[in-house]
Design a protein around this ligand. Sequence first.
Ligand code: ZN
Length: 404
Amino acid sequence: MKLFHTDPGQDRSSTRHPLRLSFLIVFLSMLMTAVLLGFAQANQTVHAQTTESTVTSTPTNTPIPTRLPTGTATLTPTSETLNMDLFKALIRARILILIRAKILAALTPEATAPPESTATLSHTVAIPMVMNEALITPTVMVAATPTPTAIPPTIPTVAPAPLSPPIVPTPDGALRTAQIPILMYHYLSVPPDNADIYRRDLSVAPDLFAQHLDRLREEGYTTIRLDDLLLHLTEGAPLPARPVILTFDDGYRDNYTNAFPLLKERGMTATFFIVTDFIDLGLPDYLSWEMVREMHAGGMSIQSHGRNHASLKGRDDAYLIWQALGSLETIEHELGERPRFISYPAGQYDENTIRIFQSAHYWAGVTTVQGATHSSEDLFELRRVRIRGATSADELVRLLALDW
Ligand SMILES: [Zn+2]
């Protein structure tokens, strides 16, 4: 019994010493692994911080889209450094495990070494698994980063409008004349109570304008564009039986609010001579580019009345080029269609005005000279019929019947 009691006890005491030693070694090795891994992680964070700072500073130099989330962008280089550091840490851990296993195998070859080694192995395997998550998360984010690059660049949206061909009509050289009334309107509204005599004279009330349009239709007139007249004079292009051209000078806002709807609902067209600087300045009494675009899209013709309504008479070439090309390019930019007609502001022009506007690829010009007969030899001196605030529908029909 005693032997029975003492023998196992002696056996245990004989094995207790190497077991304690092996536990101590395992504990120390685990501690070292933990320290090494901790060091590796610290390295990663340092790397991550440095790469982040360099990446966030780059957008000033490289054209990285602003919509690109910076958080995902920084992950790309960090994941590479993470990969390297983790690899190093893993190598260190593996070497440590091997050394530990060798020592344990030398001390206790029977039972203690294998379970310990598997325990440490499972432990070291568990760590890379956790680290692998850190590795996977950036790679998922990296896979997501190409999406912002797929966003189309926003810069080239202001594409220049394609230039129209220089001259569309091909004049056959034949001398032609045509009697086609070009009506000249200005304001299309009831003038304010404090309006002066000039404003009242230039203002046609919307109701009266509606009467004009209805009467024109009753009399069998068809509204045509200045382009139609030009093609008729230069090439002999056919025209409807009783053609009439409606023009509006100055580009007042009431042209959009009052004239445009009345024309549109009757399927009629008109030509609007606009002052481009007034629109650019956003003057409240004048049309906006949005309105002009809508009118243009609605079948109205938009042409030039100069940049700022200054007189084009007695001016030098540079000034006239500035007026001609400035207004032309602005309208073409806004509408995608080049204006071809000039209405001389206040009806003032001279031979030099015509020469410059002709060289700037304008096709014709309208004056304030009263009349309805036009010649293919005087395309830049087309006559018009002034419509006044007091012009009734009957008076309009009388004016249209005049031989002038
Ligand atoms: Zn004017």
